[in-house]
Design a protein around this ligand. Structure first.
Ligand code: DON
Length: 574
């Protein structure tokens, strides 16, 4: 990534006007209407970037029918549930940050899964007390109570213009009439085939004669079409109460899980105040707990704010970014969890004075080994979880990151519903200080408890400036946070949507103490200099699937771009 010219120009003024990051009380009707956004301005057209062209087109279809960005979000998410089930779906959950143009309301929609009432930490341990990775990641015990259907109904009811019937129509049609699975879905089924075979309804849904579907073959999902239709007819109750709920619970319990109908009936979407941080003339509106993403992004930006980057070469600028990442992830591990269950020192973590202290602890010319920072390990995240970004003709914006966690979630389909359940329980610190599938560590703050939301890295974000605004996010487990950070820095640096999604990435998450690098992210001289400073550079396959929409207020144009690392994404301006 490039951290060049604008940093230098803006540095002096920013040193004088130290900005702030904060999470406010629950949002009032008009939350933090920013001076920076021309409220009256409307783009007059819409743009969507999502991980699948059928989903982007579904969103645009709903906008053409009179829907707004929030109706389009319902159409995109429900279509992804059908065409990109390896990443997200009705059996999972999402987090979204939205901005409503009519009154400037900014809000975080938390449709994250929760632990069932009967959760038992011992289920995730083997008899010898060591972590049982199988129950954490596969089958019904790995699944939290889904939030996605409730979240979609909430968006339609509180922010949309159209009835759910209309915004779910494209997904229902595609599930009923069929589509051709893309190479990512076929590859995901191949990768998880052995697990899918363990559950008859999963094998029946995803395998054809015991094998993954072949290229070019039309694939239908009639059970999910029926479940979507029930939600279209009855709203959230269509999923959480009645026939579908009964089938979900019966299937889960028959396979050794512990859900009850009461768990489903009790599920609630939460609206929370987003985290807002000012940085170099922009305001970043991002995800609060139970995501760790916004806190980490704010902490990193607060650290970088005071670095005299104009005096530094590229290697030393990168050095400060990595050290800021290291410190933010340390705090992620130690402090964060579900705000409805744990008290977190957010005032401290988001305070510029705290960031000043962290900045002081960075050696100007040397990596700080993570083991030297007081505190209480990683696998590749793979191509699951999904992010999409939308701006409509009125200037409504929404950033949505949605997930079933690992590829094809728990691989468990509840018979008769077409619903593939998540394996989000692994996002809890099931065993304190033992890494989860993304190598993330956690403390008691993120211990599993009945009704509690597991900590997430999902970081859907808006970057709002006087002249330009971006809607941004990505999948990628723990790397979501650093991808979004690097995307925000690139946008503030003047890059457009297609450059932001294409730029090469690097990542540090405190433990393991190494810098993951995408090939080509550092030129040889910068890489050598970083190694001299003590960094272990760890080459890794490309990661992430960023989908970004930008709005240039001066020309009043939108740009939508989808990550070139994955061929099925589509950014489209209508
Ligand atoms: O909520 C979280 O942080 C994870 N369940 C997200 C997983 C993910 O991004 C996997 N992606 N490639």
């Amino acid at each position: 990534m490039s951290l060049a010219p604008r940093w230098r120009v803006l540095l002096l003024s920013l040193l004088l006007t130290c900005g702030s990051a904060y999470a406010t009380d629950p949002p009032s009707q008009v939350a933090h209407a920013p001076a920076a956004v021309a409220q009256a301005q409307k783009p007059g057209h819409a743009a969507i970037a999502s991980a699948n062209f059928l989903a982007t087109n579904a969103g645009l279809e709903v906008i053409k029918a009179g829907g707004n960005a929030f109706d389009a979000a319902v159409a995109v998410a429900s279509t992804l549930s059908v065409v990109e089930p390896e990443s997200s779906g009705l059996g999972g959950g999402f987090m979204a940050v939205l901005r409503r143009a009519s009154d400037g309301r900014e809000v975080f929609i938390d449709a994250r899964e929760v632990a069932p009432a009967a959760v038992n930490a011992k289920d995730y341990l083997k008899s010898d007390g060591t972590p049982d990775r199988d129950t954490a990641l596969n089958g019904p015990l790995s699944a939290g109570i889904p939030g996605e259907p409730a979240g979609l109904a909430w968006l339609a009811e509180h922010y949309g213009r159209l009835p759910l019937k209309q915004s779910l129509a494209p997904a229902i049609r595609i599930a009923r009439d069929g589509f051709e699975p893309d190479s990512r879905l076929r590859g995901s089924i191949e990768e998880r085939a052995d697990d899918l075979r363990r559950w008859p309804a999963s094998a029946a849904k995803y395998l054809v004669d015991g094998k993954p579907p072949v290229e070019g073959r039309t694939w239908r999902d009639p059970d999910q079409a029926r479940t979507l239709q029930t939600i279209a007819d009855r709203g959230g109750d269509g999923f959480y109460k009645g026939e579908v709920a009964k089938k979900l619970v019966a299937a889960v319990r028959a396979a050794g899980g512990n859900w009850s109908e009461a768990d489903l009936a009790a599920y609630q979407v939460k609206e929370r105040a987003p985290i807002s941080v000012d940085y170099r003339g922009y305001r970043i509106v991002t995800a609060p707990p139970p995501s760790s993403g916004g806190v980490a992004v704010a902490e990193i930006l607060n650290i970088l704010r005071g670095v005299e980057t104009e005096k530094l070469d590229r290697a030393h600028r990168i050095h400060y970014v990595i050290e800021a990442m290291r410190r933010a992830f340390r705090d992620h591990n130690d402090y964060l969890g579900d705000p409805d269950f744990v008290k977190m020192p957010l005032d401290m973590l988001l305070s510029p004075y705290y960031a000043d202290g962290l900045r002081q602890s960075i050696l100007p010319d040397r990596a700080t080994p993570s083991s030297m920072l007081p505190s209480s390990a990683a696998r590749d995240p793979g191509p699951h979880t999904t992010h999409f970004s939308i701006i409509d003709k009125d200037g409504n914006m929404i950033a949505v990151t949605s997930t079933v966690n690992y590829t094809l979630g728990s691989t468990f389909v509840a018979a008769g519903t077409g619903v593939l359940l998540n394996d989000e329980m692994d996002d809890f610190a099931l065993v304190p200080n033992k890494p989860n599938v993304y190598g993330l560590l956690g403390s008691t703050a993120n211990a599993p408890k009945a009704g509690k939301r597991m900590l997430s890295s999902m970081t859907p974000s808006l970057v709002i400036g006087k002249d330009r605004t971006a809607v941004i996010g990505s999948p990628g487990g723990s790397t979501i946070i650093t991808q979004v950070l690097e995307g925000i820095l690139a946008f503030i640096d003047g890059k457009d949507a297609s450059d932001i999604v294409a730029q090469k990435r690097f990542h540090h998450q405190f433990m393991p103490d190494r810098v993951d690098v995408e090939q080509g992210v550092f030129d040889p001289a910068t890489a050598r200099e970083l190694e001299r400073m003590g960094y272990a550079l760890h080459p890794r396959e490309p990661w992430g699937f960023m989908n970004v929409v930008t709005w240039d207020h001066r020309s009043n144009t939108l740009e939508a771009a989808s990550d070139p690392r994955r061929p099925s994404g589509l950014g489209k301006v209508q």
